[in-house]
Design a protein around this ligand. Sequence first.
Ligand SMILES: *Cc1c(COP(=O)(O)O)cnc(C)c1O
Length: 354
Amino acid sequence: MDIKITRSTHLKEKPDQNHLGFGNYFTDHMLTIDYDEGQGWHDARITPYEPIAMDPAAMVLHYAQETFEGLKAYRNPNGDVMLFRPEMNARRMINSNARLCMPALPEEMFIEAVEAIVKYEQDWIPTAPDTSLYIRPFMYAAQPSVGVHPANSYKFIIILSPVGAYYPEGVNPIKIWVEDEYVRAVKGGTGFTKCGGNYAASVAAQVKAEQKGYTQVLWLDGVHRKYVEEVGTMNIMFYIGDEIITAPIDGSVLPGVTRDSMLRLLKDWGYKVSERELSIDDLMEAGHNGTLKEVFGTGTAAVISPVGELNYKGDIVTINDFKTGPLTQRLYDTLTGIQWGKIEDPYQWTRIIK
Ligand SMILES: *Cc1c(COP(=O)(O)O)cnc(C)c1O
């Protein structure tokens, strides 16, 4: 792929690495590739990070034909720049796009684009502990039209944001609100895709949870409101008795890269791992009878989030005395160790950008 580069004439000052937060700063450049029906992907370019001029009839603004991805670049102790399983993000975007009738960006092109912009902006990869460069690829329908049909032109863009720990307080248990009124996804819908529309539909529940003093929402299945599915931006796992349970990937749950990686680690460590339905009643019961040992959310942004409290219709369960459990900690240490290149990577999950 030929990528044309236009360098910014006024580079920004880098933010303080100790107060990055999540998603507050953006780098000097972005990468864009255009798509037009009949022509395919064309005009890959790195340009200064700047506002996008858009027709007010651009279809994304009306019917939300938009998908995105999220991954990170890490600086290892040798100073190399590393990605974690970027092919999983490339494939997931292809699957998301297929559901939204958007064109596929080939896997090799996705990875080449990510590598090109990260390499170009590598001075922005922070080096302080637990920091990384968050990579946000996204694609949207650019065709000006207010007819409801798939657009014939799209833009694929990558922006980058240096980030610190997702939760500034560190890896501490969070409180989760089990949502029994709103639903996030149903089978046959778009739950398995990373599309902006899923999030637009979820913020009402998030606001409600925050008003009640909870950090995130635990979604129940959209039909029975009975089976636990996932958290706002994370998959979720429950350690009950001798079994670790997480919802199966069957249409309404997002297939997380972190989820997949954790399941692999757990299996290799000899745990009994089940991708199966778990009802909220069985979960609360396990919380009350003492068999619920640990609960944790998994996602690229936070890596792992221990859950210390669940509230379902006013019934409250406290997990592991509101402390991070040993299994949660071990998963966090191992996965972040691999991601930051501090420990050996027996799975060949990491990829050094040459
Ligand atoms: C992105 C996302 C996840 C986590 O996926 P990762 O690939 O692990 O970052 C989980 N649930 C939802 C709804 C998401 O959007």
